[in-house]
Design a protein around this ligand. Structure first.
Ligand code: ADP
Ligand code: ADP
Ligand code: ZN
Ligand code: ZN
Length: 844
């Protein structure tokens, strides 16, 4: 049943022919894939799907494109990696819609990514209603990112940050000596400010609230910075006497008002820690000038359909549609009136509205109607962002292109999958090819052609098991995908654990959740379901995590390098409280899809901590000891042992004129990251760079005599990551892989029970057979007395959970409520749950 190109070398019409593909783990394979078709690449994680779709087909298309636009760059492109393949015939130009790896911290929004914001600016500029006598504005004036548009008070940010008496003095029963001014700098610097106040004659031993308002205001808010003599260690009375005598002071000290200190530190400090510290004493609020709309007053005075552009950008897209539909077809009152006076303007309005509507419709159909144009892309999930880009492509009128996609169903409820398939069909219908890496069974079933890669991951994979229409896969015994498609995978066992207690949340408000009460069962596995935008993440990853973390007294777990994001997230408004149940929870573990680091310096080995033990093994070798090499010598972050040309990165970046910069292997160490001396040290015949180049599977065999290294490797294999290399940079890992690394790091710790594990869509990127492995791990956590709560779309997982909390019924304002909660059997058959019919199918 293996259908491949004949070796004659002639290209059949309408096919892409790949011969001799050896990228990563691909085993010198030949494959023939139809053009103008919907092709899905299947196989377990690490089998080589991406190596074929992205690493070979897309990379080759890119290379040809680069070559055609910049022949002089050829040498550099060659260095940056030409796919390992003998020949590819019949390959059209390719566009990749990949889920972003790592996190680009751009300040873009839904409006800018889709370019809909530009159209709306044009609409306001050309067809808006202006106050009498106001001249027309350029479309620039409707952008907060231009000097012509930005609100002068908040510089276009929409928010202002300030420090108030309440925020800086949280407990006004304390005296200044008792640190009433919590916002003051710690340690010596704080004492210095206090001693200056003593010199200035302020009473530092009376409770703050008893000080006169005039004094309190000066201490907190003055912009003056007097320099005065300080008598360190003197009492106030001794200080006053010394001043009278004009005794020599310990030193001269300069005072700074508390607010000035807080705002200045926040604005200028290089230290993320300091920034976080002072941010606790700040309050943020809508800018009083523009009310958070980020634009100048003149720009906001222009309206369309009665709304200024800020208000329009805040509407969910579904409401924007309702508003623009009558404009586009000319039935709107305003437009009709406009047509009588300025027919040309009415025509412009109609045309723009028509165009915007068509593009918004695609977004709404992809289940994104709950987004607003002003929503910042950093707050979107990778799946939502990919669908935004997909929608933009659907309207781009390109044809003859291959779109290469990475799991477009990520984050989608089964009820939304049909719309996704329709958008993909539309792309195909306009004459394009679709190469899609996907695990979702409904998407696979929809494909015209399947390329199944496997049978297993890494070395055990890399073969084309099948290439052809779906039905043919049924006969391919070696395929791991086959049994999930043709219904012979076993259904759920049917026994449910009962809750050992309840964690009760009350009055929960966040995003679209408005004063809801939710009870989470303890000691069982719970899945939280609902269409995308219904409020699952708001409830679980935001409110639940924050409230529980607050109760346990640990800060919400944060990424190391978050300084930048802090600006936008200083203070969140979560409403709600924990009414009961915390006695059953000793620890909170959030296993999310955020990257495990944003630089190529962090990787799987460093994150899990196993690299520390590997370095100890190298430092303990006789060769290392005779040269006095310590563990630091084997770190690529430390100058002693690393390659100095690339400072341990393994590659150097090459800037190309007019093109994105390209990373090329370091010319000195060829990617090894270490200097030659360090690489001379071997542990059981391998140097440190060779160890970092091993896959988890290979390392597991290699370190069989070193339990401290082997144990974390064993857990990584159990969560299906055996195919990753130890040194694979964090920036190359997908969100799902990052999440499984975090999970494995947790699992290797001793299990004590009473922990709450929170996971957001852990099955992203997982083949059904990998999902089974993951479930075994999660079941194990519950069996040792922990509570597991998952946000999940995969109905097989939902069917296997003990308890379901279904959010909805719809997205955005149409959701935000608990539709039903109970064991899976109770959820099915409820007519108002969008999850019920799909769950019923999975329960079988
Ligand atoms: P899939 O898409 O099926 O999950 P991949 O194509 O990503 O699988 O991976 C197939 C194999 O290639 C794995 O063993 C993986 O570790 C390896 N691999 C993936 N990316 C790289 C890379 N950049 N360098 C070396 N090996 C890689
Ligand atoms: P789900 O997890 O079910 O897909 P979310 O909790 O992400 O849903 O979203 C619920 C609603 O809250 C949606 O209307 C969404 O647009 C909104 N929302 C989510 N996160 C944010 C945010 N950071 N800022 C503003 N609105 C948000
Ligand atoms: Zn403003
Ligand atoms: Zn180097």
């Amino acid at each position: 049943s293996k259908q491949q190109s004949d070796s004659s070398g002639t290209t059949e019409q309408g096919f892409v022919e790949v011969r001799g593909a050896r990228q990563h783990n691909l085993k010198n394979v030949d494959v023939r894939i139809p053009r103008d078709a919907f092709v899905v690449f299947t196989g377990v994680s690490g089998s080589g799907k991406s190596s074929l779709a992205f690493g070979t087909l897309y990379a080759e298309a890119q290379r040809r494109y680069f070559e055609s636009v910049a022949p002089y760059a050829r040498r550099l492109i060659d260095q940056a990696g030409v796919p390992e393949v003998d020949a590819i015939d019949g390959l059209p130009p390719a566009v990749a819609l990949q889920q972003h790896r790592g996190a680009p911290t751009t300040r873009s929004s839904v409006g800018s990514v889709t370019t809909l914001a530009n159209s709306l600016r044009l609409l306001y500029s050309r067809a808006g209603t202006y106050p009498r006598g106001q001249p027309h504005l350029d479309s620039d004036a409707f952008s907060p990112n231009t000097p012509a548009g930005a609100c002068p008070k908040c510089h276009g940010l929409g928010r202002i940050y300030d420090a108030t008496e309440k925020s800086m003095v949280p407990d006004d029963s304390l005296t200044i000596r008792e640190r009433a001014i919590a916002a003051w700098p710690p340690a010596w610097h704080g004492q210095n400010l206090r001693d200056i106040l003593v010199t200035l004659g302020y009473d530092v031993d009376r409770p703050w609230r008893e000080l006169p308002k005039k004094d309190r205001d000066w201490i907190l808010f003055t912009e003056e910075q007097p320099t005065v003599p300080v008598y360190a260690g003197f009492t106030p009375a001794e200080t006053q006497r010394a001043l009278k005598r004009k005794a020599a002071p310990s030193y001269m000290g300069t005072f700074t008002g508390a607010r000035r200190y807080v705002l200045q530190t926040f604005a200028t400090t290089q230290s993320a820690l300091m920034k976080r510290r002072v941010s606790q004493y700040m309050v943020s609020g809508d800018c009083p000038e523009c009310h958070g709309k980020r634009l100048r007053r003149e720009s906001l005075s222009v309206t369309f359909a009665g709304l200024d552009i800020g208000e329009l950008s805040r509407l969910p897209l579904s409401e924007l549609t309702d508003l623009l539909a009558p404009v586009a077809d000319g039935t709107a009152k305003d437009v009709a009136a406009l047509a009588r006076v300025h027919p040309e303007k009415a025509l412009v309005a109609q045309r723009i509205a028509h165009d915007v509507l068509a593009r918004v419709n695609v977004l709404t159909e992809l289940g994104l109607g709950y987004l607003s144009l002003e929503r910042g892309t950093p707050t979107l999930s990778p799946g939502e962002l990919q669908r935004l880009r997909l929608a933009t492509q659907v309207r781009s009128n390109l044809f003859g292109v291959v779109y290469v996609l990475d799991e477009p169903s990520a984050g989608l409820h089964p009820a939304d999958t049909a719309a996704l398939l329709k958008a993909l069909d539309q792309l195909k219908g306009s004459g394009n090819s679709l190469f899609v890496v996907e695990h979702e069974v409904d998407v696979i079933r929809h494909a015209d052609w399947i390329v199944d890669v496997g049978p297993d991951a890494g070395e055990q994979g890399g073969q084309i098991l099948y290439s052809g229409p779906l039905e043919g896969l049924k006969a391919v015994k070696a395929s791991r995908t086959r049994r999930y498609l043709f219904g012979d995978a076993e259904k759920h066992r049917g026994t449910r654990r009962s809750p050992k207690g309840w964690l009760r949340l009350q009055g929960v408000s966040r995003n679209n959740l408005k004063e809801v009460d939710v009870d989470f069962p303890l000691g069982v596995l719970t899945t939280v379901t609902g269409v995308s935008g219904s409020g699952k993440s708001s409830l679980v990853s935001q409110v639940l995590v924050e409230l529980v973390a607050g109760h346990l007294g640990h800060a919400v777990p944060e990424n190391e390098d978050e300084g930048e994001e802090l600006e936008r997230t200083v203070i969140h408004t979560t409403g709600g409280r924990i009414a009961s149940g915390m006695e059953g929870i000793k620890r909170l573990v959030q296993v999310d899809q955020k990257p495990i680091g944003r630089t190529p310096r962090s990787n799987l080995a460093t994150y899990t901590g196993l690299f520390d033990n590997v370095r100890k093994l190298f430092a303990a070798t006789p060769a290392a000891r005779s040269r006095r090499y310590d563990v630091g010598r084997f770190s690529f972050n430390v100058a002693k042992g690393r390659c100095e040309t690339c400072e341990g990165e393994g590659f150097v970046s090459v800037e190309l004129l007019f093109l994105p910069s390209v990373y090329a292997p370091c010319p000195t160490c060829q990617g090894a990251r270490y200097n030659a001396k360090t690489l001379e040290i071997q542990y059981r015949g391998k140097n440190i760079a060779e160890v970092l180049g091993m896959t988890v599977d290979a390392a597991h065999d290699f370190f069989s005599e070193d339990p401290l290294v082997q144990r974390p490797l064993a857990v990584l294999r159990e969560v299906g990551l055996g195919y990753l290399r130890l040194g694979q940079p964090a920036t190359e890992l997908s969100g799902g892989e990052a999440q499984r690394i975090k999970l494995a790091t947790e699992l290797q710790r001793a299990q004590r029970g009473s922990s709450l594990y929170v996971l957001d869509e852990p099955t992203t990127g997982l083949h059904p057979s990998d999902v089974d492995k993951l479930m075994t791990q999660l079941e194990g956590l519950v069996a040792s007395g922990n509570t597991v709560i998952l946000v999940e779309h995969d109905m097989r997982v939902v069917a296997a959970s003990d308890w379901v909390i279904d959010m909805g019924p719809g997205a955005g304002d149409k959701g935000g409520r608990v539709v039903v909660a109970g064991p899976p059997e109770e959820v099915v058959g409820l007519p108002y749950s969008q999850t019920a019919p799909f769950l019923e199918e999975a329960l079988g």
